[in-house]
Design a protein around this ligand. Sequence first.
Ligand code: NI
Ligand code: MN
Length: 226
Amino acid sequence: MRITYYGHSCFLIETEGKKVLFDPFITPNELAREIDINNIQADYILLSHGHQDHMADVEAIYKNTKATLVANFEIVSWFANKGIENNHPMNTGGKKEFDFGSVKMVNAIHSSSLPDGSYAGSAAGFVVQTKEKTFYYAGDTALTLDMQLIAEEYKIDLAFMPIGDNFTMNIHDALKAADFVKTNTIIGMHYDTFPYIRLDHKEVKNVAANAGKELKLMEIGETFTL
Ligand code: NI
Ligand code: MN
């Protein structure tokens, strides 16, 4: 499985010959100015919730790729009205088999509304099970005991967790979340993009290491194979 980071909470996962993009927020992100969204290929776009820092580039990337948009019913319907016809609506608790693996939409504790104020349903995370790896993409969320249910159903190899604090979990809660889902590998997200969520990388890595967890903070544009 190949993982590419495009900043904030945006990752491209390549597995089974398919490209799955999560929460594209690239062109408004100063830190990601080196990334040209016209070079991004995707077969699927998964959205955790309706906030702009998770979906600012959906329409532009869809125009280029015609990738299937996977999100909750409200968000998919909102984008369908804007012409995004390749879509697959889900809702919290539901699971669906795609050609790259299965996706379960799981609970996230966070708000969600669309840019024009429309109702965006509940914020969500995803558990994705592929032939190569099973991972948890937490989205924007607080720590919640619901995460323990994930470990009852899945063997999680790695987890994408928000660590920026203020709007989401911080590193301490993310470490507890990693215990709840029973993984030792965390890829950090939702940090540094805005002044409220700037992090001391050394410090958070130390906190993770002291807890016996591996925290990976990817460079924007970096790709690695797992
Ligand atoms: Ni949010
Ligand atoms: Mn956010």
